[in-house]
Design a binder for this molecule. Sequence first.
Ligand SMILES: [Zn+2]
Length: 697
Amino acid sequence: MGARDLSDLDFEAITPEIVREIRRALRNGLDPLKVDPPMSLSKWAAENFYMSAESSQKREAWTAWYFQPGIMDAMSNDAIEEVDVMKSARVGYTKMLLACIAYDAHHKKRNQAIWQPTDDDAASFTKTELEPMLRDVACMADVFPSFLAKNKDNTLQHKKFLGSILHMLGGKAAKNYRRITIASAKLDEIDGFDKLIERSADPFTLAWKRLEGATFKKIIVGTTPRIKGDSHIEGRDLAAQARMRDQVECPHCGLEHPLTWGGKDKSHGFKWDGKDETTVRHHCPHCLASINQAQFLRVAGGGAWVSECGNWRYGQDAVWRNAAGIPCKPPRHVSFRVWTAYSPQVGWDEIVREFLQAVASRKQGNKGPLQGFINETLGETWEDDEAERVEVHELQRRAEAYELRTVPQGGLVLVAGVDVQDNRFEVVVWAIGRGEEMWLVDYCVIPANPADEREWDDKLDPYLQSTFTHASGQSMRIEGAAIDMMGHFTHQGYNFCRMRERRRIFAVRGDNQPGKPIGGRATLQDVNYRGKTIKRGVKLWYVGADTAKDLLYGRLKVTQPGPGYVHFSNKLPVEFFNGLTAESRVPVRTANGYVTRWVNVDRKRNEPLDCTVYALAVTHRLALHTYTDKMWQRLETMYEPDLFAPPPQRPAGYDQPDAEVPPMPGTLPETPRPSKPPTFLQQQIAARRRRPKEPSL
Ligand SMILES: [Zn+2]
């Protein structure tokens, strides 16, 4: 036994029983730990791999389809570090991945981890795919003998083999990317993973860190793609050095081309007569002549994986070659794309039939099946061309001539929403009037370091206390503000809000569950104040973000000033309008079928939208949406135009709050904190009682 074998051993796993087993094996002339000569995954699988009964029709020796060896050999090639597979359903990807897991454990004896989108997905993968494979693939007994299989260390989360370990993990929690050391990271169904894991980093960056110190690093990422602009795999495919497509030689012109879906506006790809899917043929992009599926399968075996740039090719000889056909070093990062038409087990007519049915459903208003077809059959991302998106320019065109930080006639209550970013606060202030007509009063980016608690007091607070000028000449203050607690700075944020409850400054968090109320439930959060924990010291309010966005986008479609209309100042920067309209409602696949959600498809800056959602949450906290006619009238009388008032003066700036300005009607002067803060309406009424009777005319 060589020294290298021992270094691969997990010594913790060695019990006297194992030592006896090894001795027995050595006596029998078998060496379960010997390093075999390097063998590619496709060769290893052809000799060793079986289909299991649980996940396929019957248990039988596994035979690769013509396009699979190219992908599998990239998975096992030590010169290739990153392998991406953007694929449809029914191309045998799970089997290739399972074979790779078996190969890494049996042949290479490398520590590995496989992440699935959730813990449940990981457990289900272990039960339905991994465990049947370990049972049915005979050679796995070499590294997974029965005494190890029965060991209590073999759980749903990890399997110990002789010479290596395999972790099966859910991809949601950041803790699942810590503490393990592996040589091969496998991320399955990556488009089901969060964009950022617990808002820290993307899943590849976290998984890649686990490979530090490995002689041969490998990351394998595969998925059925989901939504355009929000797809992990699309971004990875674009970043790959070699974007490989399986190409066959056209029997008519002799040029190579991949199978493509084509489309109405394309002269190549799949074409059929009218509604008769059985007439489907694939048209060559070079000569436009066509072949049927039987003709395709006759030439498919002679095809090769060729990169889109033409610089790399991997064919039946299993050698990487450059454009000149000369053997070369493989690319470090390679991406494969494959879809259902390549499967020898799915008829092309079946694909067309699915498409026709999906189109029919869409005509009846159900887009789910069409997205399903594009994701699961074509293996492409879904782009909703009918996304409910309000045109930016339309909103900017209707912007009105009023200065920022001034409140036009009709605006009666000021509410603010604050988004906290790593290097700034973004604040949007809205004026609300009768019928919830809204005026954008200010959009402000305050550079700051929210990690420093003093910056909240010194930079955000003065802004929230600053005064705005109403068209009547009176001063107005922000009546309520909601601050996002999603980022890294919840500790600072909780403290800030806790001290300002009386000023109706709320800690909020977006709740992305569909159908949640805008002014949702609250939970009590612990606060850490000067090193002491104050149990349940602050209320955290959940905002039904989807509901708020529906409400806002509905209002943006109101064309006549009046109830529900949204006014904008023509002094706003274009970034505000872009941010406000950054998201679209698109269908998203969930465990319970398709639902539509608000998604930031192009990943634009969307802080103005988030801030507005929080500001809407404030209107609900103040119960403005339940105000009666009389209540609005009361407010209106406070801001009647005063023809003799001096012209409105713009405040000097948010960083110089004017402490001399008397509190606006509706706000009590600062007094010692009462046991329970009065509600907004109570304050309004109190203010009214204090006001002198209006002189009769
Ligand atoms: Zn051709």
